[in-house]
Design a protein around this ligand. Sequence first.
Ligand SMILES: N[C@@H](CCC(=O)N[C@@H](CS)C(=O)NCC(=O)O)C(=O)O
Length: 131
Amino acid sequence: MPDLSSFPITQRWPASHPDRLQLYAAPTPNGVKVSIMLEETGLAYEPHLIDISNNESKDPAFVSLNPNGRIPAIIDPAGPDGRPIALWESGAILLYLADKTGQFISTEPGQRYETLAWVFFQMSAIGCSDS
Ligand SMILES: N[C@@H](CCC(=O)N[C@@H](CS)C(=O)NCC(=O)O)C(=O)O
């Protein structure tokens, strides 16, 4: 069983299933797009609701994972090299999950950069602003 105790966020939002990808999010555009990606890729995950209306994304335990203090963020217990990895920024998380599962992004450079263009377009032009 993976040990996630080195991540302070797991003290505030404990992992009942530390073998599963841990999602820290809320039902907002940036949160939901990661949930959709997890559902579509079929990865097992454990969601944790971060109550942003009560500033829980500014809780020191959350900020220890994402210094920008915004949802979404993840911990994947089975990251590169089999070690846990923490990630924040929804676009980075989407690309990580796409690469991890080999879904929704090509390894063929032309197609891969076309996908990146759409992800960057979405990040800069559609959805919650980063303010
Ligand atoms: N660029 C960030 C933006 C994240 C973001 O703006 N999250 C909002 C919800 S959609 C949030 O956490 N708001 C709470 C706050 O700013 O305190 C990303 O794409 O992950």
